[in-house]
Design a protein around this ligand. Sequence first.
Ligand code: NAD
Ligand code: TYD
Length: 353
Amino acid sequence: MERKKILITGGAGFIGSHVVRRFVNNYPSYHIFNLDALTYAGNLENLKDIETASNYSFLHGNITDEDYIHSIFQKHQFDAVIHLAAESHVDRSITDPLAFAKTNILGTMVLLNEFKSLWKDNWKDKRFYHISTDEVYGTLGESGLFTENTSYDPNSPYSASKASSDHFVRAYGETYGLPYVITNCSNNYGQHQFPEKLIPLFINNILTDTPLPVYGDGNYTRDWLYVVDHAIAIDLVFHKGKNHETYNIGGFNEWKNIDLVNVLCAQMDEKLGREKGTAEKLITCVKDRPGHDLRYAIDASKINKELGWKPSVTFEEGLSITIDWYLNNADWLRNVTSGEYQNYYASTYKFRT
Ligand code: NAD
Ligand code: TYD
């Protein structure tokens, strides 16, 4: 029997690499095609352990390149798409919003168009799974949770581009009958996350004795989820989620940034055998991010009730596994923080001190 062919986009990135690994290892009857442009955030080192698997192929290309995307859809006739490729960092979206519109909106449309052209006469057993973020809902006040019925109200160019892509996916479902499912997830952390996001950036700064730039007063709240638990949820939704539905995914795990940073500092001191309070001394409150959303928190009861998903590790466990991984993979961290990263860091943080 022919193997089911699944295109995963952005599989060399943080979350995508965990999804690719899970699908390659757990589903030998699928062939997994990982399409990635290998931007600064894509790194094939993240997939070293599975790169020679017989049910895995890497495709180097850009989702905005219509001719290239057309050619690979014609050649491989993908039965399903799991779409993670995106520009994903809010601070970069503030300095270069157009790059976010191109990849996140246009790139998603190019994929939708090809999927529609290929299967429009026979949608049976086909699926387009779009991975999105809770940031499309905008910000919460001190209380309340985002549900699947919360209105979209994005505040950053990143979240506006993701909101737009969600709308296009839904519109292709309504207009052309394209079978889709969308998930909106809260902040992820874990192995292989690029050190531009809060947790790996602060781990790297502690290791290099660099100030920890906390935006504003640090009283911003995020709901943190361990990346492997997100990959498990994606597997479940891909196989059991209902067409034309949205599911929220969250960690049931809210932290104010400043409290999270204090826990991170304490764990780092302990693991590095340093005196208590050493890392904490690096905390520096800096100028706030413009348009900074006060609080994100997910009501994940729908995916819990309908698909039986819940996070498998506590935050303390997940954070400990994550820190250990960065400590044991100093080469990975050194490689991704050399060269261009230094320019990014200097230009992003010079306005904030
Ligand atoms: P990431 O930045 O680590 O990885 C993105 C990947 O996409 C990289 O491998 C990059 O090379 C690739 N890519 C970027 N532009 C591309 C293009 N034009 N063509 C082909 N490939 C391209 O991102 P991530 O944190 O792993 O996020 C993955 C997805 O999950 C994104 O869609 C993001 O919006 C969503 N998401 C992320 C989080 C989070 O906390 N990181 C939370 C919820 C949802
Ligand atoms: P981030 O990891 O960029 O994720 P997002 O903005 O998508 O939630 O940031 C998480 C929180 O940490 C957010 O409130 C911004 C804050 N933050 C800092 O205080 N300092 C930093 O250097 C970074 C990158 C983020």
